[in-house]
Ligand binder design. Sequence first.
Ligand SMILES: [Fe+2]
Length: 375
Amino acid sequence: MNNYYNPVRTVQGPGCLKCLPQILQDMKLTHGRVLILGWDTKVFEYDVFSQLHSSNQSFHIQKAVFQESNPTVKHLFKIYKETKDFFPEAVVAIGGGSIMDVGKSLCCLYGKEISSEQALREFIQNKEIGSPKTKWVGIPTTSGTGSEVTCWATIWDPEKEAKRSIENPENYAYAALVDPEMTEGMPLKLAVSSALDAVAHGVESYWAKGTNAVSKALALQAVNRIMSNMEALLSGKAEGRDAMAQGSMMAGLAFSNTKTTACHSISYPLTMHYKIPHGAAVSMLLAPVFQMNASGTDGMPELLKALGVKDGEDLKERISSFLIRSGQPASLKGWGVKEEELPGLAELGMTKGRADNNPVEITAETINIILKSIY
Ligand SMILES: [Fe+2]
């Protein structure tokens, strides 16, 4: 059955950041308390923030910086403690996927008494998040995670060797401002790995067990937009950035309703234990999982066409080339993974809600074969 829902107002295009004051006014905040959560103090220098003071509504602004990548329960608790007394009615999250994840998580925490890191861990594990008291606006400065249009957040818990998720269908962003000018200056490695993460979001949404016609259509558009503009991205052209901003948002809209599958499932222990950046880990897995899923996916010819490749081998070559040309390894060995640890990583790669969302059944044994193929 085709069932698709996504309430996020998306504003996309070069310069669309200037719409922020209007969006905040449209939110009709009672007291106008807004937390600007930035990945760096330099984001506060954008003109748009000084315009907030001269807009029709008076806003009370608090600024906070969050610079951790792969945010943990400890990091989230720290920023919650720093900002909870302000109790913002809106959080404006400006940054990459980690900032989005922290910004949307905070919305679920304000108004609740969470006294310690352990209490926060239990709150997340409990899964009874309740209606958020705070709304949020996502402004991505990378193109890839799609987190500005999904309702879940990844929070890592290295002390318990776990990846946790704060998930709440009531916690979609009020709006996402996807402005490619915000991604200017992104290091090439990050630009490429983020773009390939978005390709994986699109592809995995397309073949996910719970896919639907809207997600599939968005996924094809997203994948085609990104893959056909990778050369422009690698050569630093503005049109490459524009395509990535649009493509990653569309991939986000696609997988917001389907979740991801085997590539993401298998990638999490690689990121947790070897610090392989998320996009690089996921994209190395894309081709072998593609070959495994080919028989279980409806519409493979359309997907191959959108990817612009002949087959799985061709896909592997293209992705490896993008990673290597942006200065990052395209094999597990290159990232420092020890061969004898592959079976253990394969066991950990069976992530609940992702592995079982793959169109073809996967086991630790099949994951081990996949990991060997990219070693
Ligand atoms: Fe991802």
